[in-house]
Design a protein around this ligand. Sequence first.
Ligand SMILES: [Zn+2]
Length: 237
Amino acid sequence: MKEYIDELVKLAKIDKAIDDFTPKMAQVEQRLKNAQKERDEIAKMIEQLENDIKECELKKSKNELHLKELSEKLQELEKKSAQVKTEKEVKALQLEEDIAKEQINFANEEIARLENLCETKEEEIASFKERLKEADEKLAELKKEVEQELEELEKEKEELFRQKSELIAKIPQQILIFYEKIRRWAGNTAVVPVRKQACMGCFMKINDKTYASVIKGEEITTCPHCGRILYLEEEEA
Ligand SMILES: [Zn+2]
């Protein structure tokens, strides 16, 4: 029976190593996902800026139209002023002219402000496009890297499966079934060492009789508290 305990310890270690591949692979894939996310965020910023520029241009053309209307109005007012007679009429026209001029000033200022704004946004877009190019290059490189890493991990995993099937062939069916049954609830701690006469699965002290049985190693011994399979590590033996 001793040799089966050794085989079970080996099997449990292989099973754990196989399970460890899942988070390892997820981690590698996550790196690619992060780079993709970073790239998409830059692309989104560019889209946002393009929309901002469109809006800015629209506002600018509205102001330009308004400016055109105002200067036409001013011309009309100037024509009228040649025809008015009374002081009251002159004053009223003067007021209208002042208002129109003020509005023209305001529209001109607004156009200048918007032109600046559009320009700034264009500059921002240019720098984001540069960043997007870099992100795309980085992403392509990373894709290759990740594919290679995943391939290597897959190979290592296959090797472990090969070792596992070799090992399984040596262990009697009943023992394997017993092991799998414990593994269902204990996962990768189905087979645990005994240290200082305590089970390393549940960390409770085991009685002398169980301990003696583990030391003898003539049969598969389970922890009386948790039911995991116990074994003695080399140094303890
Ligand atoms: Zn235990």
